[in-house]
Design a protein around this ligand. Structure first.
Ligand code: 5GP
Length: 134
């Protein structure tokens, strides 16, 4: 069965999309640790990061770094943290989390955003990415 992220990539499930390339897709996490928490995924459905071939891994990291720079320019934070877990969704994804405090990296700390806040945030990040296209 297709993963929930494959359904998001195909547009079968809505998301606050940030960017996409031929091979990768970025969207806001629906249950964010902090404002701007973004997921970067390969379009090809692969379970674990350790299953990726070298080119896919490097391509995903390159994509995530560029999204991370746009987050740092958009969201007030000390830096963007990056983590890979995957216990909930078996489709490789890099978490990019704008961090001000360590607790935001713990996945115990969550923030609530309204749909309008999600959309406004996604708009700002997309506008920042237009300055440095992927
Ligand atoms: P992990 O698999 O790394 O443990 O966590 C999966 C992440 O995906 C969680 O942070 C969760 O909030 C996010 N997530 C799960 N389902 C959806 C969804 O349908 N839409 C979005 N945007 N994020 C999701």
């Amino acid at each position: 069965m297709a993963s929930i992220f494959t359904k998001i990539i195909k547009g079968e499930i809505p998301s606050y999309k940030i960017a996409e390339t031929e091979k990768f897709f970025a969207f806001l996490d629906i249950n964010p640790n902090a404002k701007g928490h973004t997921l970067c995924v390969p379009k090809r459905e692969v379970d674990k990061i350790t299953d990726l071939d070298r080119d896919s891994y490097l391509g995903l990291m390159d994509f995530a770094i560029k999204i991370g720079r746009a987050l740092e320019a958009t969201v007030r934070c000390k830096r963007v943290g990056m983590t890979v877990i995957g216990l909930e969704v078996p489709h490789v994804h890099v978490h990019l989390i704008p961090l001000n405090e360590m607790k935001e990296a713990t996945f115990q700390h969550k923030v609530r955003l309204s749909p309008a806040e999600f959309e406004a945030l996604a708009d700002k990040i997309r506008a920042e990415l237009k300055k440095n296209p992927l």
